[in-house]
Design a protein around this ligand. Structure first.
Ligand code: FES
Ligand code: FE2
Length: 369
């Protein structure tokens, strides 16, 4: 991994502030609006997300053996559970009798009892009991467990690949995001009438801080001053707060970056992890249709440079500030663009040198679809 360490990141940002510059990509990129509307594109993107190791939830949501999270991922009902042996496994959340979901939401259980006719599965997905087994003389209990898919855990995140096993090496591409001390705060689900890519794109550039977030983020953050780094198929965009200038009075070796920037990791294809001042978020842009998206956000507390963590209360106050402010403005922008696209006139979306992370994202999409 080639991400800059904090002291070099701070140098680069202060340098940009002094020179009124920002990180630039090396090319512009154009995407036809039809890519945000077409059924064919939607299907191909779903297939790509299903066959990629994608963050599913923070490990902090699965603190105990028996902890589980059930949700739809790229259109598939999924159940992720920490087994009796502490290992995280992922299953298609569909009973082997007639397909009902065996779990909803999140929680902790010793077994999963299907709500329809009570077929019961153990935490490792095996079918344990069929009430009235004599009614199913040919059903072999041993081969009717929940269908398992790939899952793995690294650095505080659970990853799922619906089409292949998740081997440890395939997760080396991801940084360690969270320590076991960081606590799960809350989950939020929103539904927007916008293609998932439009919503994801709002998190990938700082060229709109002054324009879109004039009264919300701009009083605290700098406009169009960013460090943009690519790693593998992914990228990290660093958004500095104005208060980063206070670090100029501090010895370089004594500086910490905590609370001075927001780091947004775009994890290809449809997840973003943001490290904010006092909390962090994992946002999954879950495509529902070509023109609608479920935004799933999981929030956790932060770890400071000295190893201590923010309290749930501090994290909550920080999260409430961000939610009440700029996030809604980003969602509104994405929905407004979708309306233009839906009109069917057909146009190109142009991404410039300031939107390097988005260009990276689209180039990767083009290559992998
Ligand atoms: S569908 Fe699950 S027990 Fe019938
Ligand atoms: Fe924004």
């Amino acid at each position: 991994m080639t991400l800059l360490p904090p002291e070099q990141l701070i140098d680069r940002i202060l340098n940009h502030i002094d020179n009124k510059t920002t990180d630039l990509g090396d090319e512009e990129w154009r995407v036809p609006s039809s890519h945000y509307l077409s059924e064919q594109h939607f299907k191909e993107e779903i297939a790509l997300i299903r066959s990629t190791p994608v963050p599913f939830c923070p490990s902090a949501m699965l603190p105990e053996n028996g902890s589980y999270v059930a949700r739809t991922a790229a259109g598939t009902p999924m159940l992720v559970v920490r087994g009796e042996d502490g290992t995280v496994r992922a299953f298609i959340n569909a009973c082997r009798h007639r397909g009902m979901a065996v779990a909803k939401g999140s929680g902790c259980k010793r077994a999963f009892v299907c709500p329809y006719h009570a077929w019961t599965y153990s935490l490792d997905g095996n079918l344990k009991t069929i009430p009235g087994k004599n009614g199913f003389p040919t059903v072999d209990i041993d081969t009717h467990g929940l269908v398992q898919v790939g899952a793995g855990e690294k650095g505080g995140l659970v990853y799922v690949n619906q089409k292949a096993p998740v081997v440890a090496e395939s997760l080396d591409q991801f940084p360690d995001f969270f320590s076991p001390e960081q606590q799960f705060l809350e989950e939020e689900v929103l539904l927007d009438n916008a293609n998932w890519k439009l919503l994801a794109e709002t998190t990938m550039e700082g060229y709109h801080i002054k324009g879109l977030h004039k009264k919300t983020f701009y009083p605290f953050g700098l406009d169009n001053i960013n460090v943009v780094e690519k790693f593998g198929l992914h990228s990290r965009v660093t958004f500095p707060f104005r208060r980063i200038n206070d670090l100029r009075d501090i010895e370089r070796s004594e500086r910490t970056i905590d609370g001075m920037v927001t780091s947004v990791y775009q994890l290809f294809p449809n997840v973003s992890v943001s490290i904010l001042s006092k909390h962090s978020t994992i946002t999954i842009f879950e495509p529902v249709s070509a023109t609608s998206t479920r935004l799933l956000t999981y929030r956790v507390t932060n770890q400071r440079a000295d190893g201590s963590t923010t309290s749930l209360k501090e994290a909550k106050n920080d999260a409430d500030f961000v939610k009440g402010a700029g996030l809604d403005e980003d969602r509104e922008a994405a929905c407004s663009i979708q309306e233009s696209i839906n009109s069917g006139t057909g146009f190109e979306l142009t991404f410039g040198l300031f939107e390097k992370s988005i260009v990276n994202f689209h180039k990767n999409l083009e290559e992998h679809i």
